[in-house]
Ligand binder design. Structure first.
Ligand code: GLU
Length: 298
């Protein structure tokens, strides 16, 4: 059993990130498994160099240790190799369409769904790439429906890849590998068996499962946990002014009180001060009540 916490070092961790980090750690450690820390820093324009160390310190302060640390920007050759395999199989194509051209193509396409996530209509599948523009690389998604299953919530999410997802970008035109490719390659090469992460990534799970299948990787077990919300019911966001864990740590707050608050936000009955290790049996109880691992009904 191997689990991971995979923060994007784009800013300080807020309490919502800390709760996901805590649950990922509890899930790895409760059965005595390995726990990895993986910095997802491929989107260089959004990375804040100070965030790596702040996140490490926040995790250490909370008592959430890890067995190995990885940084995606140091692993570009493995993503390039995976992309090359898909390209060799004829599953990718270069795309030099601009954002505006894509929006126009979506508007012009007959069955454009209203309100739904805009789906790239595959305009560049057949037309030649513009020679003087840098090309993004898109995945020619298989013409089928792919389902993802969540072992914690029991949900199954099926998506018709061409109609609901579209040929998504694997490498941007500035050379940055896409998150979906990197996460799939890394979870496979790092032998991650259980992916516990925020529920915001659940809608992206079927396309990641499809990529795993195309690359011949096993599909890990997924557990999506709710994002923490504020008193208005809005999810905490780095940009929305959610208090950073760093501020609590540096302001002299006790880590055990923060852990107790996070545990209580999950409805767990805990004393005012707890350690991460003391929460291990509560996570096991949580899993048992949820009937984990829930198997797919399909
Ligand atoms: N790096 C992503 C994030 O911070 C998480 C990716 C994942 O857990 O699959 O939202």
């Amino acid at each position: 059993m191997t689990g991971r916490f995979a923060p994007s070092p784009t800013g300080a961790m807020h309490l919502g990130n800390a709760r996901t980090a805590l649950l990922a750690w509890l899930h790895s450690r409760a059965p005595g498994g390995r726990h990895l820390l993986r910095f997802e820093d491929l989107d260089t324009g959004r990375v804040r160099p100070w965030a790596f160390d702040t996140i490490r310190r926040d995790l250490e302060w909370l008592g959430l240790d890890w067995d190995a640390e990885y940084t995606q920007s140091e692993r570009l050759p493995v993503y390039a190799a995976a992309l090359a395999r898909l390209t060799a199989a004829g599953e990718t194509y270069p795309c030099t369409c601009t954002r505006r051209e894509i929006v126009r193509a979506i508007q012009d396409s007959a069955g454009a769904p209203h309100g739904a996530e805009p789906v790239y209509p595959g305009t560049c599948r057949t037309c030649p790439a513009h020679p003087s523009r840098p090309a993004a690389i898109r995945w020619r998604v298989p013409d089928r429906t792919v389902c993802a299953h969540d072992a914690l919530t029991g949900e199954t999410l099926c998506q018709d890849l061409p109609a609901e997802v579209g040929d998504f970008v694997l490498r941007r035109n500035d050379g940055v590998f896409a998150y979906h490719l990197a996460v799939v390659v890394d979870d496979a090469l790092m032998e991650v068996t259980d992916v516990l992460r925020g529920a915001d990534l659940w809608p992206a799970t079927p396309r990641q499962v499809a990529l795993q299948e195309a690359l011949g990787y096993p599909t890990p077990r997924y557990l999506h946990v709710p994002l923490m919300t504020d008193y208005r019911g809005e999810r905490l966001a780095k940009r929305g002014g959610a208090p950073p864990v760093q501020a609590l740590r540096e302001g002299g707050e006790e880590a055990g009180r923060v852990l107790a608050a996070l545990a209580r936000s999950l409805g767990w009955d805990v004393p005012d001060v707890v350690s991460a290790a003391e929460l291990l049996p509560l996570w096991q109880g949580h899993l048992a009540r949820a009937g984990f691992p829930k198997t797919s009904q399909t």
